[in-house]
Design a protein around this ligand. Structure first.
Ligand code: AHR
Length: 512
């Protein structure tokens, strides 16, 4: 393989403005995420801010996360919001029947979640209960949160400590209603969506952004049949839907911390196949909504490894290595390259569950390699995405990736994983290019060719480690962290960078 690999940035090919909501997160009542990840309670010996784990708030504040999805996931379609408001010592104890029959004390409910969002500066995104709830129940929750006038629900909210409306815009109408959310067929869901949505009103200046349940991975038929029903079944009801949310997980190759070079490549190939998922669903949506009034969301994505030994199977706890970091980088780059098609995305999940940003144990809280990728990619938010083409070699794992990834593409063809892949954006005259070296052992001499301008210099920050299995632990929390910024000189319009194997790079520079 040639060690010189190239990425071309074409400034006049504008894709669209990168929605800041692409960096959203997901927090479900699952395993250790809420209890004790987010919520330790006011009387805990663990430092807290009115019950919220302080170390989590402190760690997340600098990420400026745009939006958090809550309370599920599968949990949402069994959740009754009234259980989670009012005096905490009077809230009912329920069974979290999706996740290990764990006790659900309802200590963390609507107001605690809003307090958490406010503490970290994120917008709330609520998933409504459609599977076991009623249109009335979900409509009441919207009114409780958003109505400023006189009503029993606004009075109840006031009595529960919030005189002003909570201003919740994002509402999902169910979760995975093809599965844990009610085992519905697409037409049943579409009819249920329209019925439920009818009772979700815009109150007091907060317009509901209703998010319909989308497909699991490449289930194009779900998307087509839901859209078709709403558009063509007697009346055109498509306008009731503001977004459609697909889910896509990268199933593990190996375990979270043990994998071969081929398994490394297989997982990263799956991450890069997000390309096929977005392109495929957007194409179907465009057939019914050519003006693109309806937005595409991926409100669950990430890597899904076998549960760590010694942890309960239902808790979905996994470590997070350089491989997960590269998977996150590749996925965020795919989102940027489809800035015209995708509006929001939510990594699954925030703490101690699946591909988390943070891991907590007792009073300790550490940032994962994936956390550092979200930190590195912050400058892309709200920037104009421009075309970024990897003129680089394809890496191979002997064919397993092609087989694992072909179904994510509507034409059944996986184009392959390039040794370098990335994205580029411009904001306020500053160029930001992010690139992942996807190879587990091969360093490259990377050339970033910025067509259409000259650059004098740039700043280089990277996430890299000699060991592809590297991860942070409670004893060694900074094993993987971002490098210090270095100055990089450009010659004409080309930046040359030595990029280690298995690494993520960000370069930023002022355009002339
Ligand atoms: O993120 C874990 C689970 O995965 C969610 O609860 C569900 O929506 C999905 O199947």
């Amino acid at each position: 393989m040639d060690t010189v690999q190239k990425v071309d940035v074409i400034l006049d090919e504008k894709i669209g403005v990168i929605s800041p909501y692409l960096h959203g997160q997901f927090a479900e009542h699952l395993g250790e995420l809420v209890y004790p990840g987010l919520w330790v309670g006011e009387n805990s010996s663990i430092p807290n801010i009115r019950g919220l784990r302080k170390a989590v708030v402190d760690a997340l504040e600098p990420l400026h996360l745009p939006v958090i999805r809550w309370p599920g996931g599968c949990f949402a379609d069994g959740y009754h919001w009234r259980d989670g408001v009012g005096p905490r010592n009077q809230r009912p104890l329920r069974v979290n029947y999706y996740w290990g029959m764990a006790p659900e004390p309802n200590l963390f409910g609507t107001h605690e979640f809003i307090a958490f969002c406010r503490a970290i500066g994120a917008e709330p995104y609520f998933t409504g209960n459609v599977g076991s709830g009623s249109p009335q129940e979900l409509g009441d929750w919207v009114e409780y949160c958003n109505f400023a006038g006189d009503s029993s629900f606004s009075a109840l909210r006031h009595a529960n400590g919030a005189a002003e409306p909570l201003g919740v815009r994002f509402w999902a109408v169910g979760n995975e209603n093809w599965g844990c959310g009610g085992r519905m067929d697409p037409e049943t869901y579409a009819a249920t969506f329209a019925r439920t949505r009818t009772f979700m009103f815009n109150y007091s200046g907060t317009n509901v952004h209703a998010i319909a349940c989308g497909a699991s991975g490449p289930d194009w038929a779900w998307t087509r049949r839901v859209m078709d029903y709403l558009k063509n079944k007697h009346w055109d009801r498509l306008g009731m839907m503001q977004s459609l949310a697909a889910h896509y997980y990268c199933g593990s190759a190996g375990t979270a911390i043990e994998y071969t070079p081929d398994q490394w490549l297989e997982l990263l190939s799956k991450a890069s196949a997000m390309e096929g998922i977005i392109t495929g669903h957007r194409a179907v949506m465009d057939e019914f909504d050519p003006q693109r009034h309806i937005k595409l969301i991926v409100d669950e994505w990430g890597t899904w490894h076998p549960v760590e030994q010694g942890k309960p199977a239902s808790g979905l706890y996994q470590q997070n290595t350089m491989r997960d970091a590269c998977a996150a980088a590749l996925t965020l780059d795919v989102f940027n390259n489809h800035a015209d098609k995708i509006f929001m995305a939510n990594l699954a999940q925030l703490i101690n569950v699946l591909q988390s940003l943070l891991l907590v144990h007792e009073e300790k809280c550490i940032a994962t390699p994936t956390y550092h990728v979200f930190d590195l990619y912050q400058p892309h938010r709200g920037a104009q995405a421009v075309r970024c083409v990897a003129n680089a070699e394809t890496v191979s794992d002997g064919g397993a990736s092609a087989i694992a990834c072909q179904e994510q593409y509507a034409d059944g063809h996986f184009p392959g994983l390039k040794i370098v892949q990335g994205s580029a954006s411009v904001k306020d005259g500053n160029l930001c290019v992010t690139v992942c070296n996807t190879h587990p052992t091969q360093p490259v001499e990377l050339e970033i060719d910025v067509h259409g301008t000259n650059l004098d210099e740039a700043e280089d920050i990277r996430l890299a480690h000699d060991d592809v299995h590297a991860h942070n632990t409670f004893d060694n929390p900074n094993e993987v962290s971002l490098s210090r910024p270095e100055r990089l000189m450009a010659r004409d319009h080309i930046l040359r960078v030595a990029l280690p194997a298995a690494s993520v790079l960000r370069v930023m520079g002022k355009l002339n």
